[in-house]
Design a protein around this ligand. Sequence first.
Ligand SMILES: Nc1ncnc2c1ncn2[C@@H]1O[C@H](COP(=O)(O)OP(=O)(O)OP(=O)(O)O)[C@@H](O)[C@H]1O
Ligand SMILES: [Mg+2]
Length: 190
Amino acid sequence: MKFNSDNKYVYLKSGSNNECYYHNGIVAKIFYNGKPGYKPEPEAKYMKKANEINSLAVKFLDIKKYEDCTVIFMEKLTRVNKDLFTLEKRKQMLAMFEVQLKELHANDIYHIDIKNPYGRFDNVIITEEAIRLIDWGRSKELAAYGKSLVWNKEWEDVYTFSSWFLQSELYYEYTFLKKVDFISRLTNLS
Ligand SMILES: Nc1ncnc2c1ncn2[C@@H]1O[C@H](COP(=O)(O)OP(=O)(O)OP(=O)(O)O)[C@@H](O)[C@H]1O
Ligand SMILES: [Mg+2]
């Protein structure tokens, strides 16, 4: 059987390797057979493990094999603009995010792809209630890798995300432009 033969699922977005569709509060992430990139099974495994510990990871629902692909089904998260929250509220959300991430680390689960939601390929979703993480395709167990490498990457990403999250959108754009301006002036000098 082919996935979505009745066209129930609607196209949502493409990542670098996968396509996502949605229907009725569910996202279907498609992994076509033979395509390069991350495999669905480890992604499903880490989502499930993380779900057992706390609510940081998007909720895993199912994994199914079809004729031409494997599909991970998960809850659909709805984004809101972070500027809807007061700075105080954002600090609380960030504190909760860090506690939950540390809990996952204590259970040897590292996401390793906490990308800033300002870009196109974002893996952090800010919902009305909390900061949540999707795209567990790159997650790792620390035991299999160098501790400092994995640990440093994760917290560097959190640092970048936190700076963005605590600033207002306008301020972020302003500092970004200033940085570009600064770099171009440096280049012109050399
Ligand atoms: N559960 C979800 N709820 C809402 N949106 C989602 C969900 N899962 C995926 N998306 C949307 O689809 C995009 C692609 O999904 P995902 O990041 O899992 O794919 P990917 O191909 O592994 O991405 P990457 O380009 O980061 O490697 C996400 O950036 C997000 O915008
Ligand atoms: Mg992604």
